[in-house]
Design a protein. Structure first.
Ligand SMILES: *[C@@H]1O[C@H](CO)[C@@H](O)[C@H](O)[C@H]1NC(C)=O
Ligand SMILES: *[C@@H]1O[C@H](CO)[C@@H](O)[C@H](O)[C@H]1NC(C)=O
Ligand SMILES: *[C@@H]1O[C@H](CO)[C@@H](O)[C@H](O)[C@H]1NC(C)=O
Ligand SMILES: *[C@@H]1O[C@H](CO)[C@@H](O)[C@H](O)[C@H]1NC(C)=O
Ligand SMILES: *[C@@H]1O[C@H](CO)[C@@H](O)[C@H](O)[C@H]1NC(C)=O
Ligand SMILES: *[C@@H]1O[C@H](CO)[C@@H](O)[C@H](O)[C@H]1NC(C)=O
Ligand SMILES: [Ca+2]
Length: 602
């Protein structure tokens, strides 16, 4: 705390010696004069003549899922490139938005990518604008900001480009951050005493990139915001298609959507508040039985992107079996868990089927990321196809085993000792939509628990988490989907979400880092319904949400322990309070053992 205070005080000595007129300093020569010294980062050399710099004025950053947007932004739009010594054809492009001195708030923001890309380009850079942060992104040397790992990972089938692999895994982010921080300091002629706070923000693959830095370079960031991290890369999306094949039934997305709707209707009130949001997927998993959907009607218009004609019918017993099998998680032939599960209230967007007009039948359609990752990283071949016939849970287990032995030190981002980050005073907020259909929320809870067990072995569960929350907090966002509060399901229906979403996670992080403003619940903004726009807290794991006293009748004052025995649905009453409670069964639900693996795989 003392150190933090000191840094905050130092941060007040904001002094800029350069002109505050944007066109005056947003020039190629001024940017070149702000370059890190040639020996600043050994092994890297800036590419002469690579700089571009253009002043941008009165720019509007549109609101995005994790920032509120901003108007009237003035910044210098800069790109430049560097190469690794000894690799003359190498070119890594960096791209920065450097706010005008008047708008710069002594903040640096590294941004991450998504899918197989390490950059979101302009969309990611805009994240820094509302916060007066110099923001930066890299193409990792993959050939431009619209390229990705799939274009460079293999020199040819069987010949892996390990430089690209390592760049993607962690190294490109690190180089970008170190160079970007120094350039930022020099660009604003900041004195050595001025604290420039350093942040990371990213979701999915971007979240993994942030985690890779926390695990490896504990002193580069003061604050890190990690959303739905893809830390178990390569991730596999085969549980849905395999469940369908096992029962030889390929339900339409329409039939599956009906089951999801039934699950949400059933599970919504279990959290004590009937608002269309399932805040307790653990209770939903334990109690909803897909059989209860059998016979319920569905009727959907065409889904052109899946080639599907209009379809109507009633939920079949086979569809119910397939749904239950999908939710169960992936089990191997010895009935051991290979892949974590999804809750019934999470939509089936990772389990869609496509209509084949040639056979007039629905067919399984694994998420294309799976064959891509398996072909490139496991089989090391350039191929777009991977027949589902070649896949089974036992095969998936062996892929994970192979991938672990091959990539544990690169793309698997699971190192559980974060002591250097903690010791350096780093703060981390991890957020994960509880209804994420791409990467199950349980992936983040399992990793969080691994950190807890590693770093606080002597403490009990709740005490361990309480200690860890001083620098590392995980929030499961009720109803939240993958990096986004709302979802568009495979039917093209935008799902309303009446829950809070952490739109301003960076604001919470910056206040925590810069002002020492600690918090238990992450501030979210209600996205829909009557309370749209209002602030609402999100519980920190392992505590779980319960609304009000959750007793029958639902008119309680909301002061109970959330253990009420009443039954029946409860309406959302004014005055019903959110409580965050520890629940042993819920905790166990979120920390399963993937016992298909002899090594502690997850
Ligand atoms: C800035 O942009 C807004 C709309 O985007 C416009 O209304 C305003 O006039 C602009 N201001 C200046 C100084 O150009
Ligand atoms: C920033 O510069 C890049 C590269 O020159 C360009 O593609 C992009 O359009 C610029 N962005 C803005 C907001 O001017
Ligand atoms: C700031 O730090 C750099 C590198 O340590 C040093 O070369 C420089 O003299 C310092 N400047 C001031 C004003 O202290
Ligand atoms: C679900 O309900 C069906 C029909 O009532 C029943 O046969 C089955 O055992 C139930 N499954 C579970 C897991 O309770
Ligand atoms: C499905 O919905 C359409 C449009 O609302 C309607 O015309 C049609 O009769 C419905 N089909 C069935 C089988 O209910
Ligand atoms: C809320 O009450 C219902 C009905 O008694 C119960 O089934 C459910 O478990 C309760 N939820 C919590 C979180 O305690
Ligand atoms: Ca609810």
């Amino acid at each position: 705390m003392g150190l933090l205070k000191l840094l905050v005080v130092a941060g007040l000595v904001v002094k800029s010696t350069c002109s505050s007129n944007l066109p005056d300093f947003c020039t190629i020569s001024f940017v070149e004069s702000s370059f890190p010294a040639p020996d600043f980062f050994q092994g890297l050399e800036l590419i002469a003549g690579s700089v571009t710099a253009q002043p941008v004025t009165n720019f509007t950053a549109l609101p995005d899922s994790t920032h509120p947007g901003a108007t009237g932004r003035n910044f210098c739009n800069v790109t430049f490139a560097y190469r690794h010594v000894g690799r003359p054809s190498d070119r890594v492009n960096l791209w920065l938005y450097l706010p005008s001195p008047a708008q710069f708030k002594n903040r640096f923001l590294a941004t991450g990518g998504g899918g197989l890309s390490v950059t979101l380009g302009a969309r990611g850079l805009a994240t820094g604008l509302p916060y007066g942060a110099a923001s930066i992104t890299t193409d990792a040397g993959f050939g431009g900001f619209d390229s990705d790992l799939s274009r460079v990972i293999l020199y040819g089938s069987g010949a892996m480009n390990y430089d690209a692999l390592i760049a993607y895994s962690y190294r490109a982010m690190h180089e970008m951050t170190v160079l970007g921080k120094e350039l930022t300091r020099k660009f604003y002629s900041s004195s050595n005493l001025t604290k420039i706070y350093s942040y990371f923000h990213g979701c999915s693959e971007g979240g993994r990139e942030g985690m890779s830095q926390v695990q490896r370079y504990g002193t580069t960031f003061d604050g890190v915001s990690v959303g739905s991290p893809a830390i178990r890369h390569p991730i596999f999306h085969y549980h849905g298609p395999l469940a369908q094949r096992k029962h030889d039934y390929y339900p339409s997305v329409c039939e599956l959507a009906r089951i999801t709707a039934d699950a949400i209707a059933f599970c919504d009130p279990l959290d004590g508040k009937t608002d269309g949001v399932v805040a307790r997927t653990d209770l939903c998993f334990a109690r909803f039985n897909a059989s209860s959907s059998i016979g319920n009607p569905y009727n959907c218009s065409a889904v052109p992107q899946l080639g599907q004609p209009p379809i109507a019918g009633t939920v079949s017993a086979k569809a119910a079996v397939v749904a239950a099998e999908t939710w169960r998680g992936m089990y191997d032939s010895k009935n051991k868990l290979v892949h974590p599960f999804y809750a019934p209230s999470v939509d089936f967007s990772d389990s869609v089927t496509v209509f084949n007009p040639a056979t007039n039948q629905l067919e399984p359609y694994p998420n294309p990321l799976s064959p891509a990752v398996v072909n490139l990283l496991i089989k090391e071949v350039y191929s777009a196809t991977l027949p589902l016939d070649e896949v089974s849970p036992d095969v998936v287990r062996e892929w994970v085993n192979d991938a672990m032995s091959k990539y544990m030190s690169t793309i698997f981002t699971l190192w559980p000792d974060l002591t250097p980050f903690k010791s350096n005073g780093g703060k981390m907020i991890v957020w994960h939509g509880e209804a994420d259909a791409m990467i199950p929320a349980v992936s983040s809870t399992m990793y969080q628990d691994k950190i807890r067990k590693t770093m606080y072995p002597g403490l009990g569960v709740q005490q361990g988490y309480a200690e860890m929350a001083k620098w590392n907090k995980l929030f499961l966002v009720p109803g939240g989907s993958h990096c986004d509060p709302g979802t568009v399901d495979p039917l093209g229906v935008v799902k309303p979400n009446n829950a809070a979403w952490p739109t301003e996670v960076l604001k919470s992080l910056m206040e925590w880092v810069e002002e020492g403003k600690d918090f238990e619940r992450l501030e979210g903004i209600v996205q829909g319904g009557e309370k749209k726009g209002e602030k609402e807290g999100i519980c920190g794991f392992p505590l779980r949400p319960v609304w009000g006293s959750n007793t029958s009748g639902g008119n309680g004052k909301g002061k109970g322990k959330g253990k009420g025995k009443g039954k029946g649905q409860q309406q959302d009453d004014e005055g019903e309070e959110l409580q965050c409670v520890f629940d042993q069964q819920s905790f166990e639900f979120f920390t399963p053992k993937l016992d298909s693996f002899l090594v502690d795989a997850y």
